[in-house]
Write a new protein. Structure first.
Length: 290
């Protein structure tokens, strides 16, 4: 190998390393910019109210846990009650979406029935329908059923496959599963239900985990639906509870708000870390299906 070739290889290697270092630096800077609001919120939860908007430093002058004590015990029944309400609604929403949406997706991909393509197109059409367009009819219906101020309007529809996004996500995944598995199961005497439980579900771990994570996060973070249907503070979710710390006509407890907001973020953060691999795999595999 000649000196010219060695010199060219060194320059190429140096340029490649420089590009990698520059890319890492840019990604680190972008990450810090995106994380700054979260870090500011966590830092503010340890500061007194009069220091939050006057200090420019992320590090508090004096660390105090008073905001966590006030926030946890400040509302009627305690903030733990709100955590339980949100957790109950979110878990039931996840169960309902996984059961109903997977059954609907299985029917659209594996069963043959009259008007299947029409109903699938109609289901996809609901993705572009604004939630506010059906808000009043839904509220009137739930009011006549006596469900207002209960968690039923937030949970029962999840068991009726109302989230078209999850149905579409599962349809894309199920289409990638070989139909030969169904044919072999039919030859062994399996019916549609056994095929669903014994073949489809065991192979659908990534997409089910993806739907579960997104369903939990969207339900946990939902503010609008609980605001419409829940009136009693004992039935509030964490999002409604956080709003209670801010009052435009009286004094707002900002440090308690940030303290409870910090605690509210933890379940989502833990859930994402625990299912990160399956979440990425589910999104990647469903995206490659036609």
């Amino acid at each position: 190998m000649t000196d010219a070739t060695l010199s060219r290889d060194r320059r190429s290697g140096w340029a490649h390393s420089s590009r990698r270092v520059l890319s890492y630096c840019l990604l680190t800077a972008a990450s810090l910019v995106m994380l700054y609001p979260l870090l500011w919120m966590v830092s503010s939860s340890f500061k007194p109210n009069d220091e939050i908007f006057t200090s420019v430093s992320l590090l508090p002058d004096k660390i105090t846990l008073d905001a966590y004590v006030r926030g946890w015990n400040g509302l009627s029944g305690g903030f733990g009650r709100l955590f339980f309400n949100s957790l109950l609604i979110s878990v039931l929403a996840v169960i309902g979406n996984l059961i109903s949406c997977s059954l609907a997706a299985y029917a659209f991909t594996r069963l043959r029935f009259f008007g299947r393509d029409f109903w699938f197109a109609l289901m996809l059409g609901t993705l572009i329908m604004p939630q506010h367009a059906v808000l009043i009819p839904q509220y009137v219906l739930f009011l006549k059923l006596g469900w207002v101020n209960t968690i039923l309007p937030l949970v029962v529809p999840k068991f009726l496959a109302i989230d078209a996004f999850f149905i579409f996500l599962m349809v894309q995944f199920f289409r990638g599963l070989p139909r030969e598995l169904d044919e072999a199961a039919i030859m062994d005497g399996c019916g549609p239900w056994r095929i669903y439980f014994k073949i489809i579900l065991p192979l659908s771990g990534p997409v089910m985990a993806t739907a579960a994570v997104f369903s939990f996060i969207w339900t946990w973070d939902d503010f609008f639906a609980p605001l419409i249907y829940l009136n009693d503070i004992q039935n509030y979710t964490v999002q409604l509870g956080l709003r209670s710390f801010v009052d435009s006509t009286a004094q707002s407890d900002w440090s308690a708000l940030f303290a409870m907001s910090t605690l509210t973020v933890f379940p989502i953060f833990i859930l994402f870390i625990a299912f990160q691999r399956l979440l990425i795999e589910g999104i990647a595999t469903t995206g490659m299906k036609r």
